[in-house]
Design a protein around this ligand. Structure first.
Ligand SMILES: [Zn+2]
Length: 253
């Protein structure tokens, strides 16, 4: 175990989604050695983890001078929340279709998911003497995901400091006030391989294979982000997400 704190080493929580992929590129471009953690928490779209492995393999090729480790951690969240009404982990709950509304986004909340993940990351950061833990909530998450808000990050950092004296480990959430379109734009500027990311909550089920469904909240949000950002969207959608969205007047010049 390193005995002095490593300022250029970060532990990142990454899914297979585009925000996480941009996050990994963002820290790699800043010169951080990375230990990336992904989680199987019983999500229906566990397929996303395969995509995380793909874009991380690509990241290693782009930044050969950096140490980039990745592991997938099993969390028993869906078992402990067996009676949850979250459509993300309960097979009995149908995934809502259409653009995110408060109600449809609420159906994808998984209680305590991010604190569970961040605590695993903090434990690893302690072992590796890393100073930084990061994850990728953005402004669109604010309304319905309590563990994606600044007040939560501040409280979690206070908890970390209180739980273990004498080590300065901090959670960072650099995209907290970015829109998803701004993340897409940042990713494009970092030449992020968006084609190696996966968002769809349907997880390629029902014969979708490697196509995004184009109907769930995260598919429509992804499609809209690329459109608003003016970034080419490499995603193959089984259904046209534009049926669910009217972005006229909202495309930024
Ligand atoms: Zn979808």
């Amino acid at each position: 175990m390193p005995t002095t704190q490593r300022e250029n080493h970060a532990v990142l929580i990454v899914s297979g989604g585009m925000d996480s992929c941009v996050l990994a590129h963002y820290y790699a471009a800043a010169g951080f050695h990375l230990h990336l953690l992904s989680f199987n928490y019983g999500q229906k779209h566990v397929k996303e983890l395969t995509y995380a492995e793909l874009y991380i393999a690509d990241l290693r090729k782009r930044y050969p001078s950096l140490e980039i480790a990745h592991e997938i951690i099993e969390l028993p969240i869906s078992r402990l929340l067996a009676d949850s009404d979250s459509a993300l982990i309960n097979p009995e709950r149908k995934m809502p279709h259409g653009h995110y509304t408060d109600d449809s986004m609420k159906a994808t909340v998984v209680p305590y998911r991010n604190p569970n993940m961040l605590l695993q990351a903090a434990t690893l950061a302690w072992n590796e003497n890393a100073r930084v833990i990061a994850y990728a909530p953005h402004h669109g998450d604010y309304a319905q995901y309590p563990d994606c808000r600044e007040v939560f990050v501040d409280a979690f950092n206070t908890m970390l400091a209180t739980a273990m004296d004498g080590r300065n480990i901090k959670v960072e959430a650099p995209f907290m006030y970015f829109s998803k379109a701004q993340i897409a734009r940042l990713g494009a500027s970092l030449n992020v391989p968006f084609e190696l990311t996966w968002s769809c909550y349907e997880g390629g089920s029902d014969g979708l294979d490697d196509r995004h469904c184009g109907q769930c909240g995260t598919c429509t949000e992804r499609w809209e982000a690329f459109k608003l950002a003016g970034v080419v969207d490499p995603t193959i959608y089984a259904n046209d997400p534009s049926h669910y969205i009217n972005i006229a007047g909202r495309i930024e010049a």
